[in-house]
Design a protein around this ligand. Structure first.
Ligand code: PHB
Length: 376
């Protein structure tokens, strides 16, 4: 949707083909932290009205080790960069509302999507829609269809390399209409496992607990969740914790994944179709936005001047940023989670690294500049 708006703004015709309907996409609980590049793009597309009104600007974040809090003043460490808490569901609403007003075409409920002749001069997309079988010939196809979408598999295996880490745990997340425990996020490393205190608004909290992959939601009553969260955040923070009924509860696995290259002929991959990060660095949606920002520039250059240099450079330019975000997300996950095969040595190394971060401006700066988002 970001790319469709970028192209629309540049006078380039684009059609978004979506498998689900608008209610589904807007109803799905996703990420919550926007990097500055994402906020900047929303402003550039003039869809930032609500973001500027209700987005929560965070100048810092927190690490905690067995209840001891370490504040990272991101803004002062990065020359003023911040992140903004604003749910992906809200971003989608803004994109769809603006699409309706600006005649950005979205085809909803498209099933059985296939990509044909991606390496020819005239690739085409076929699907089953509300009017039966449909087909679209185009100049380019961009696969923004997520990890389970069809576009990555349209690239022949012989030209594709994939890289993967699957983590031996998941995140159990809840949403509850209670005030957040802190005005900033808290990433907690505790002996018993990771916890994250996040939020969606001053009255809506989002909390996560690291859990086993074999655990069942049914075993996690709200009471058990709050009790465990209180332990992992430590007594000082727990004393400020407001409990309440959850209205969403789910378990998500954690994975790192990259597929190279991100282009084959006239097919381009963007976002989760090409790469997955564990949520610890809050990079998933932001990476998708940086991918399509690069693609928008490349297509604009092509249609304006006929030059294919942006298009030809897309995959390596995007992957350079993707891999740095992969590294950061992997590192931050490794630093903060309890691994099943961890021994005392591994645990002491984690504790030493967090203690080092707490006392080193250089280490804090490295964390902060990755967290707020590396330049495009
Ligand atoms: C969230 O609020 O859902 C959230 C925040 C930060 C993360 C991951 C998820 O790193």
């Amino acid at each position: 949707m970001f790319l469709a708006h970028l192209l629309n703004q540049a006078g380039i015709e684009a059609v978004v083909v979506e498998r689900k309907d608008r209610e589904y996409v807007e109803g799905r609980v996703r990420a919550g932290v926007l990097e500055q590049v994402t906020v900047d793009l929303m402003r550039r597309l003039s869809i930032s009205g609500r973001l500027d009104e209700i987005g929560l600007v965070h100048t810092g974040t927190n690490l905690s080790l067995d209840g001891r809090m370490i504040h990272i003043d991101m803004a002062s460490l990065t020359g003023g960069s911040t992140v903004t808490v604003y749910g992906q569901q809200e971003v989608m609403k803004d994109l769809f509302d603006a699409a309706e007003k600006r005649d950005v075409r979205v085809v909803w409920n498209a099933s059985d999507v296939t990509i044909q002749d991606a390496d020819s001069a005239r690739p085409n997309l076929a699907w089953h829609g509300e009017n039966g079988a449909e087909r679209l010939e185009c100049d380019f196809i961009v696969g923004c269809d997520g990890f389970h979408g069809v576009s990555r598999s349209a690239i022949p295996p012989r030209v594709q390399k994939t890289f993967e880490r699957v983590y031996p745990f998941g995140w159990l997340g809840i949403l509850a209409d209670v005030p957040p425990v802190d005005h900033e996020l808290i990433y907690a490393n505790h002996e018993r496992g990771f916890a994250l205190a996040s939020m969606r608004s001053p009255t809506r909290s989002r909390y996560y607990l690291q859990c086993g992959l074999d655990e069942e939601l049914a075993d996690w009553s709200d009471e058990r969740f709050w009790d465990e969260l209180a332990i992992r955040l430590g007594p000082d923070v727990a004393a400020r914790l407001t409990r309440g009924p959850s209205f969403e509860k789910s378990i998500a696995p954690l994975r790192s994944f990259v597929s190279e290259p991100m282009r084959w002929g006239r097919l381009f991959l963007a976002g989760d179709a090409a790469h997955i990060v564990p949520p610890t660095g809050a990079k998933g949606m932001n990476l998708a936005v940086s991918d399509v920002t690069m693609l928008g520039e490349a297509f604009e250059e092509f249609y304006r001047s006929g030059s294919t240099s942006g298009i030809d450079g897309y995959s390596s330019r995007a992957l350079a940023r993707v891999w740095k975000a992969e590294r950061f997300s992997w590192w931050f996950t490794s630093l903060t989670h309890r691994f099943p095969n961890m021994d005392g040595f591994d645990r002491r190394i984690q504790m030493a690294e967090i203690d080092y971060i707490s006392g080193s401006a250089a280490a804090q700066r490295a964390l902060a500049e990755n967290y707020v988002g590396l330049p495009l």
